[in-house]
Design a protein around this ligand. Structure first.
Ligand code: GTP
Ligand code: MG
Length: 362
């Protein structure tokens, strides 16, 4: 793949807790490093609560926010702590984007690993801000990681797919369903279910607890039958691929799908982004004009009522105080590839185990 002319693709790994997001990011990174010549990706870890990540991130939220300290100071539980840490990190995300953009010429992939609790990223303001910011800067795809062995029950499969559906419609980004852990459970059953909803309904009917004591379909069964029809439409907008983050199976195929998704981003997402932006600008401009017109009308009424005051009501440029200028703020997002980084801090009491020794991007 050419790295000079094209912008890098950003892959956001999202998925249920334990579905294998971090392992997938690690496998993808190892795959890219093993290419000839090696194509090291730019890796971002957004999980503040993870003890060890199996890869060496270029930007790590843990370098900026101390999750335990956030929990203590704001008196929060684990999920509130992760959410607040992510919110705090998001306030500095412009710096992250600057660092990523600096690498845009030299990397082919920017890969983002998200926190274990899926809703913290997908249903929070900061998750939306991060996704939108990245997607406006780079071609972006969502890799929705599914724990295949845990999705063999039709009900679990369907709830996972409904979640995927909600993320697709929320982000509107190219979407790849990654059936992970196929070394344990091949994903052929999932493909069959997605291809033909009748096959899914048959599996549903033969599965336990879909009928009550009298043999009538349960409410759950009827609901899922109807939902499978809804999802049938959703499946048409999806690309899916089976991988094993442990053996590396399917990773090349995944990268092929990412390349196709880049085209989809350029063809569908970018024009839509431009349209929404233009619409927002037009609405804003209209509102500005309306409020200016209203203000001028009010001013004219006031001046007509009190002509003496109107004569004094003039702007005096000498009376204005100089506003203090913002110094731009210091840089406090750390790019680990630039060693040593400003404000480097090493907690000697808690050495961080970094087992992998992948060379960091030059
Ligand atoms: N057999 C097998 N195990 C896997 C695979 N991918 C991940 N795992 C295992 O699944 C478990 C969870 O993997 P993680 O990568 O930590 O999952 P995660 O989604 O990042 O987890 P959280 O961030 O805590 O939500 C680990 O024990 C992994 O070894 C796979 O392809 N095959
Ligand atoms: Mg993880």
């Amino acid at each position: 793949m050419s790295s000079s002319s094209k912008k890098p693709v950003c892959i956001i790994a999202i998925g249920m807790a334990g579905s294998g997001k971090s392992t997938f990011v690690h496998r993808l990174s190892a795959h890219l490093l093993s290419k000839s010549p090696p194509a090291p990706p730019y890796l971002l870890n957004l999980d503040p609560a993870v003890a060890n990540v199996p890869y060496d991130p270029n930007i790590d939220i843990r370098d900026t926010v101390d999750y335990h300290e956030v929990m203590k100071q704001y008196n929060l539980g684990p999920n509130g702590g992760i959410l607040t840490s992510l919110n705090l990190f998001t306030t500095k995300f412009d710096q992250v984007l600057d660092l990523v953009e600096k690498r845009a010429e030299t990397v082919d992939y920017v890969i983002i690993d998200t926190p274990g609790q899926i809703e913290i990223f997908t249903w929070s303001a900061s998750g939306a801000i991060i996704t939108d910011a990245v997607a406006s800067a780079l071609p972006t795809v969502v890799a929705y990681i599914v724990d295949t062995p845990r999705s063999v029950a039709p009900a679990t499969f369907m709830s996972n797919m409904l979640y995927a559906c909600s993320i697709l419609y929320k982000t509107k980004l190219p979407f790849i369903v990654v059936f992970n852990k196929i070394d344990v459970e091949p994903h052929a059953f999932a493909l069959d279910w997605m291809r033909d909803f009748e096959v899914f309904q048959e599996s549903l009917a033969s599965h336990q607890s879909t009928t009550d004591d009298e043999g009538a379909p349960t409410y759950m069964n009827s609901l899922m039958n109807s939902m499978s029809l809804v999802l049938d439409e959703f499946y048409k907008h999806l690309k899916s691929v089976g991988v094993s983050s442990v053996t590396g199976d399917g990773i090349s195929e995944f990268l092929g799908v990412v390349e196709a998704s880049r085209e989809e981003y350029e063809k569908d997402y970018l024009p839509e982004l431009a349209r929404v932006r233009a619409q927002r600008e037009a609405t804003l401009q209209k509102r500005k004009e309306e409020s200016t017109a209203r203000m001028l009308a009010d001013l004219n009424v006031d001046r007509a009522r009190d002509p003496n005051f109107a004569a004094q009501d003039r702007w005096n440029p000498d009376g204005e105080e100089q506003e203090e200028e913002d110094d731009g703020g210091e840089l406090n997002i750390i790019d680990r590839s630039e060693d040593p980084w400003p404000g480097q801090y090493i907690d000697l009491t808690q050495p961080r185990a970094r087992e992998t020794t992948w060379p960091r991007p030059a």
